[in-house]
Design a protein around this ligand. Structure first.
Ligand code: ADP
Ligand code: F6P
Length: 483
């Protein structure tokens, strides 16, 4: 496949070092989920960041198709190509059972809990690992056939595809390949508990650049590499492995602040009516927006709201907590359990406190369109982002971006959210302490306007500095080895 000869605008300034200087090196992004580039209005996080990087310079995005093959696993995968302006997408149809053992199995029952420090939830099964290797090999096979030459920059996203570079190297691919991890990396004592740790580290070391969201994750990774095979990193974060230099670095992911703020200020009519109703009743709203994942600490958050009502009874009938929790990975048993637990907790709190005029917790188990979400965040006086352990938590940044600068709400943020490394002016809490979270909610609800404006102004500055554009620019620059 050749580059589109009209796509010469290289806003990232990364040009081919050989040949025509004006030609950008083609960016090839690989992720498990392929975003819908025709309509990104429902997408957040990874999908938007990747789509914007591709839209800026043109390129190819390879991901798994939502359709699966039912027949024998030996058939070569089908690839459906589409072009949307400067972005070309390649959707890979993979065998259904193998895909499930890779996605529900190894990715979300082995790696996800391990990387979120939940050894108690990790399930190791040989068939999961086998499928993980096999699907990665299929991705590599497909990608090798789509490369236009050694100059393509390959950027692999997230924990589903750790072995991809190793598989590509096996096929003779010598391109520069980068990897970005969108979830935390655990400390070595936890990491080496997986029987596959040496294989995973070997796979990581086949990349040229390995990027993480926080300095904590980078340090955990380097220490885990050292604990596994004694490889050391120099002061710049580089190590020699397999005849190449592997650079490890923190690239804090962010959001497109202006576009989210715009969406928030154009809130839908029903959101406006709901917030006017609350204004008339003198009700303040506390909001949480998350995928229904056990890493998000949702039952503890609801218990903390109940504790707020116990310890600070002035908020009875004066505050309401809206939790929007979208369904996710429902075929994995730990997710079914957390759903049951959350519904029971919401029911118990409402059963104890609700009366005819006031429902303390409003719980919505559904994805909400992004424009409505932005409006709801703006209409809430407190934003709760209290994971037990999480990657970055873009929703914390979305809450800040959505606020009215002249009357902003207050962010209550877990010290175990990746974003806590940056967002020091939020109210930082330990989510394992129900009392501490409850007291932080009370502080937030009572915070005077001048302090809210001061904290919000500082936070807004930070998320503008480390936004989505800066994230992709800095990663691609490192990948192209032009730093
Ligand atoms: P994670 O990647 O673990 O889901 P993040 O907070 O980094 O956590 O990103 C979540 C993204 O998904 C954010 O853009 C957020 O707005 C969006 N999101 C979360 N819950 C919902 C929901 N119920 N409806 C719509 N979007 C949601
Ligand atoms: O946090 C990691 C991540 O892959 C995000 O990038 C993404 O929004 C989320 O998990 C959703 O996961 P899934 O693809 O399993 O629905």
């Amino acid at each position: 496949m050749a580059d589109d000869p009209t796509d010469h605008g290289d806003v990232l300034g990364v040009a081919r070092r050989t040949g025509d200087d004006a030609m950008p090196r083609r960016l090839v992004v690989v992720s498990n989920r392929l975003g819908n580039v025709r309509d990104l209005s429902q997408a957040g996080g990874l999908a938007v960041g990747v789509a914007d990087a591709l839209a800026e310079r043109g390129g190819l995005w390879l991901g798994a198709s939502s359709e699966h093959q039912d027949s024998g696993a030996d058939e070569p995968p089908l690839i459906r190509m589409e072009r949307h302006g400067r972005i070309e997408t390649a959707a890979l149809t993979l065998p259904r059972e193998e895909y499930s053992a890779y996605y529900n199995g190894y990715a979300n029952t082995t790696l996800w809990p391990l990387f979120h420090y939940r050894l108690d939830l990790v399930d190791h099964r040989q068939e999961f690992l086998q499928a993980y290797r096999q699907i990665n090999a299929r991705f590599a096979q497909a990608l090798a056939g789509l490369l236009s030459g050694n100059d393509d920059l390959i950027w692999v996203q997230d924990y589903h595809l750790i072995p991809l570079a190793a598989e590509l190297r096996r096929l003779g691919v010598r391109n520069r390949i980068g990897f970005f991890l969108h979830i935390p990396f655990p400390p070595p004592d936890l990491f080496v508990a997986t029987p596959d740790h040496a294989e995973l580290i070997e796979n990581f070391l086949q990349y040229d650049v390995v990027g993480f969201q926080t300095e904590t994750d980078v340090a955990n990774f380097r220490r885990s590499v050292h604990a596994t095979n004694s490889t050391s990193f120099d002061a710049a974060g580089a190590a020699e492995a397999n005849g190449r230099t592997v650079l490890t670095k923190c690239f804090p992911i962010g959001i497109d602040v202006d576009s989210f703020a715009r969406m928030a200020s154009e809130a839908a009519e029903d959101v406006q009516i709901d917030s006017m109703r609350r204004q008339i009743l003198g009700l303040k709203q506390i909001i949480g927006v998350d995928r229904l994942d056990y890493s998000k600490g949702l039952p503890g958050r609801m218990q903390a709201f109940a504790r707020l009502l116990e310890r600070h009874p002035e908020h009875e009938r004066a505050a309401t907590y809206l939790q929007i929790a979208s369904p996710t990975r429902e075929e994995v048993s730990a997710y079914a359990e957390i759903r049951g637990q959350l519904e029971a907790t919401a029911g118990a709190v409402n059963g104890r406190y609700a009366d005819l005029a006031w429902t303390p917790i409003r719980y919505i188990h559904r994805a909400v369109p992004r424009s409505r979400l932005a409006g709801l965040l703006r209409a809430s006086q407190v934003g709760l982002v209290t994971p037990l352990r999480d990657g970055m938590n873009l929703v914390a940044m979305e809450y800040i971006a959505a606020q009215d600068e002249s009357d902003p709400g207050v962010l209550v943020l877990s010290r175990f959210a990746g974003a806590a490394e940056q967002l020091a002016e939020s109210l930082i809490v330990n989510p394992y302490s129900v009392d501490e979270v409850a007291d932080a909610m009370a502080t937030a609800l009572a915070m005077p306007l001048n302090e809210r404006i001061e904290r919000h102004g500082a936070l807004l500055k930070r998320i503008k500095r480390n936004d989505a554009a800066e994230w992709r620019r800095s990663f691609i620059k490192a990948l192209a080895d032009e730093s």
